[in-house]
Design a protein around this ligand. Structure first.
Ligand SMILES: O=P(O)(O)OC[C@H]1O[C@](O)(COP(=O)(O)O)[C@@H](O)[C@@H]1O
Ligand SMILES: [Mg+2]
Ligand SMILES: [Mg+2]
Length: 334
């Protein structure tokens, strides 16, 4: 019988990829695995536990926070606070960075940025949502105060990134710079098992994911790209298929497995698009590149953008390399 590898075993087995590793990154990935299980449990019973709906308050982005946004946020903060791998955290649901300033955490090496619940508009209608995470090694010396510089590193410095998708099944997908792997949660056993080894974008894709409801606000190049994907050309498998769920994690996961492109461009009403660089675009860009795809803001590599603030937004175009380059070409021509 084929041996099913658990996520825990896989993390330990792959620790050897990190010459300086003393196990903290492995422990941190295990903390994320634990928090993911706790969030999954809440989501699965959301309709029964009166944790659907909004809390009647807005987060720093001006979005009405869902109860599950905060529940997921608290689960991750408590998990990191109770374990010693993280010295600082940034979250979509928190106005500012959190620094865990106590004897244990002050010596910790890692900074984590999270989108505790991605696709919040889909929570109450039972459509797939997710959690997105991004991990950096701090720049400041262990034991010294954590600075904003530790948080505002370019995406290319990420040591690991991934997401947990709470869909038909719950899957944790991550990279630590050595390919992308996916692990499916078996609720009967309570463990994640390797189900999607070494994920790569298929050679060709023919799915595009964009909120066409914003069409009038899009730059000319994006409007032209949408027209182009909808034209008939059997050689190029066009027209492409449109798929957009309103959950970045869900659209990204599908496009990475089946081939496709996700676009959230800038627009007249949102000059920098909607998605946040630190806890949405950077982790997805790291995964994209590790799976053989491309991720840009329309011209610049996402991972080379130097962040200026925690909730900074950037346009995101990511997916099959060929498809992204086509969109960039239309944008350049304008
Ligand atoms: O409704 P819109 O404007 O198309 O935005 C949908 C996009 O916004 C997001 O919901 C933003 O993420 P949050 O739900 O974490 O705020 C993405 O998941 C999704 O792709
Ligand atoms: Mg999000
Ligand atoms: Mg969110």
């Amino acid at each position: 019988m084929e041996r099913h590898v658990t996520l825990g075993e896989f993390i330990i087995e792959n620790q050897k990829d990190f010459p300086y590793a003393k196990g903290e990154l492995s422990a941190l990935l295990s903390s994320i695995k634990l928090a993911g299980k706790l969030v999954n449990q809440q989501i699965n019973k959301a309709g029964l536990a009166e944790i659907l709906g909004k809390i009647g308050k807005q987060n720093i982005q001006g979005e009405n926070q869902a109860k599950l946004d905060l529940i997921a946020n608290d689960i991750f903060i408590d998990t990191f606070r109770n374990r010693g791998e993280v010295c600082g955290l940034g979250s979509e649901e928190l106005e500012d960075f959190i620094v865990f300033d106590d004897d244990i955490h002050r010596e910790a090496k890692y900074i984590v940025l999270i989108d505790p619940l991605d696709g919040s508009s889909n929570i109450d209608v039972d459509i797939t949502v997710g959690t997105i995470f991004s991990i950096y090694r701090r720049i400041s010396k262990e034991g010294s105060p954590v600075t904003s510089e530790d948080f505002l590193q370019p995406g290319r410095n990420q040591v690991a990134a991934g997401y947990i998708i709470y869909g038909t099944s719950t899957i944790l997908v991550y990279t630590s710079g050595n390919g992308v792997n996916g692990f499916t949660f078996d609720p009967g056993i309570g463990s994640f098992f390797l189900s999607h080894p070494n994920i790569k974008f298929p050679k060709k894709g023919n799915t595009y994911s964009i909120n066409e409801g914003n069409y009038i606000h899009f730059p000319k190049g994006i409007k032209k790209y949408i027209k182009w994907v909808q034209e008939l050309d059997e050689n190029e498998n066009r027209p492409f298929t449109s798929r957009y769920t309103g959950s970045l994690v869900a659209d990204f996961h599908r496009n990475m497995l089946l081939g496709g492109i996700y676009l959230y461009p800038e627009g007249t009403t949102s000059p920098h698009g909607k998605l946040r660089l630190l806890y949405e675009s950077n982790p997805m860009a790291f995964l994209t590149e590790q799976a053989g795809g491309k991720a840009t803001d329309g011209s610049k590599r996402i991972l080379d953008i130097t962040p200026k603030e925690l909730h900074q937004r950037v346009p995101l175009i990511c997916g099959n390399r060929e498809m992204v380059e086509k969109a960039e070409k239309f944008l350049k021509e304008g």
